[in-house]
Design a protein around this ligand. Structure first.
Ligand code: PEP
Ligand code: MN
Length: 344
């Protein structure tokens, strides 16, 4: 349920309203926009039906939230959320959402300092603003390379920060959250963990942004409900990521659901980016799908890049080489300008 206050409501009226909400044993979330203050009510809303708040001074309207997710809904927060990511908390600010688009690029896995530095320098020179690299890898086979662990996190941070780039890396288990938080500027929750609710709550307790990837068999509603877990713990910095879902099509790794971009944006204020690398698994398709993402209104793109894909320890077959990535970036900047977005 959301309570919309009148434009001329006073701070005292808001205080009285909040006191009443607390008295009823409900939680609330304040959204103070330029025009309007909206109070979202979280908890057993039945209580409100017997205790209507519509009659309180300063209240214009009490509306039910029709979506199963509340904090993530656009009804609760009509303007776009702009997520900000900084290298080490102090470096240059990268913005996603509200007209800002960003490129997140790097290898699938951190494999060593030298190779990562080579890739990072290349993607930065082409215009990527956030460096990615997995140190804990969710591999389908237990015998595949599982990632470098903490030494990989350290390499990622050192390389990214030496170039002024914030870094994002996957966290797979709630027990890893404090460790990953020490090194990463943004958590990545992978497709396989989109509904690991304990993990979502744990990153929700942190104050670093969360890149939440759509599960391979998850609906857009499921994705938004997973975002709700993070938001409900107090972390408001969530970026959604469309990375394709499993279907009968077997010529691509997954099937990219481009409509998820405007679909999520219509229902939610959270930024959404697209990962055409994991969606298609094919370097010949990635550039076209990246361009389509920006044209569709995505708030960013996430692409895997490797300077020697044939030697990569994971996902080499889908990695773009730096020259391919550079050409892609130039076309994305042109498309962003056409759709009125600013590249970081
Ligand atoms: C990744 O980003 O390397 C990854 C494993 O992605 P996803 O969780 O989307 O499969
Ligand atoms: Mn990968």
């Amino acid at each position: 349920m959301i309570i919309v206050l009148k434009p001329d409501s006073t701070p005292e009226q808001l205080e009285a309203l909040i006191a009443r909400v607390k008295e009823l044993g409900l939680r609330y979330h304040l959204s103070q926009g330029e025009q309007r203050t909206i109070v979202g009510i979280i908890g057993e809303e039945d209580k409100l039906q017997i205790q209507p708040l519509a009659a309180m001074p300063g209240v214009e309207q009490v509306l039910p939230i029709l979506k199963p997710f509340k904090l993530a809904s656009r009804q609760m927060h009509p303007s776009d959320t702009v997520v900000t990511v900084k290298a080490g908390g102090t470096g240059p600010t990268v913005r996603l959402g509200g007209g800002y688009v960003a490129m997140i690029a790097g290898p699938c896995a951190v494999e060593g300092e030298e190779i990562l530095a080579e890739i990072a320098r290349a993607v930065k020179a082409s215009g990527a603003s956030i460096l990615r690299g997995g140190a804990f890898k969710p591999r389908t086979s237990p015998y595949s390379f599982q990632g470098m662990g903490e030494p990989g996190l350290k390499i990622l941070r050192d390389v990214g920060h030496s170039l002024g780039m914030p870094v994002v890396t996957e966290v797979m288990d709630p027990r890893q959250v404090p460790l990953v938080e020490r090194y990463a500027d943004m958590f990545q929750i992978g497709a396989r963990n989109m509904q690991n609710f304990d993990l979502l709550r744990e990153v929700g307790q942190c104050r670093k942004p969360v890149l939440l990837k759509r599960g391979m068999a998850a609906s857009v509603k499921d994705l938004l409900l997973s975002a709700e877990y993070v938001l409900s713990e107090g972390n408001e910095q969530v970026i959604l990521c469309e990375r394709g879902v499993r279907t009968f099509e077997d010529s691509t790794r997954n099937m990219l659901d481009m409509s998820a971009v405007p679909n999520a944006q219509g229902q939610s204020h959270l930024p959404i980016i697209v990962d055409p690398s994991h969606a298609t698994g094919r370097p010949d398709l990635i550039p076209a799908m990246a361009r389509a993402s920006i044209a569709a209104g995505a708030d960013g793109v996430h692409v895997e890049v490797h300077s020697a894909p044939e030697k990569a320890m994971s996902d080499g077959a889908q990695a773009l080489r730096p020259p391919q990535f550079d050409a892609l970036m130039q076309s994305l900047k042109a498309i962003a300008a056409v759709v009125g977005k600013t590249f970081n």
